[in-house]
Structures are given as structure tokens and as C-alpha cells.
Ligand binder design. Structure first.
Ligand code: ZN
Length: 71
């Protein structure tokens, strides 16, 4: 079963036959999950399901944003 990045118009969704990137599940931890969903909402302009996945490109952004908020 193939999973896509939940980010709208993500370049990693275009070439679905050749999967050259890693996908990450949205965290189960409520606090972290809400943070991710908030960022995704900002990028996407729409709410995504917590069961959806995010590609490594956006995963890095999540970690990065998280670090900024902590600091
Ligand atoms: Zn993506």
C-alpha cells in the first residue's frame, strides 16, 4: 500500500511510482500532534487526518519549527 505526503502540492507526491523519500506518521503524543497539525494547517490551508503521513522534507520543517518554539 502506498502512502502519500499529506502536504498539498508536495513535490514528493508527483512521482508516486518511484518512492525516493521517507514518510513519517503524525505523532501520537497529543501535544506534539497538535503542534504538527497546526503547522500543516498553515502550509496546507486545510486540516489533515492524524493518521496521515508527512514526507521527510516536511518532517525536517516540523523538527525545525519545534526547536524554534522551545528556544
Ligand atoms: Zn511532503
Amino acid at each position: 500500500m502506498f502512502h502519500k505526503c499529506c502536504i498539498f502540492n508536495c513535490e514528493n507526491n508527483k512521482d508516486v511510482k518511484e518512492k525516493k523519500f521517507s514518510l513519517f506518521l503524525i505523532p501520537k503524543d497529543i501535544k506534539l500532534r497538535n503542534k504538527w497539525l497546526k503547522i500543516i494547517l498553515k502550509i496546507n490551508g486545510k486540516v489533515v487526518k492524524p493518521t496521515q503521513r508527512i514526507c521527510e522534507k516536511h518532517f525536517i520543517l516540523m523538527i525545525f519549527k519545534d526547536l524554534i518554539h522551545v528556544g
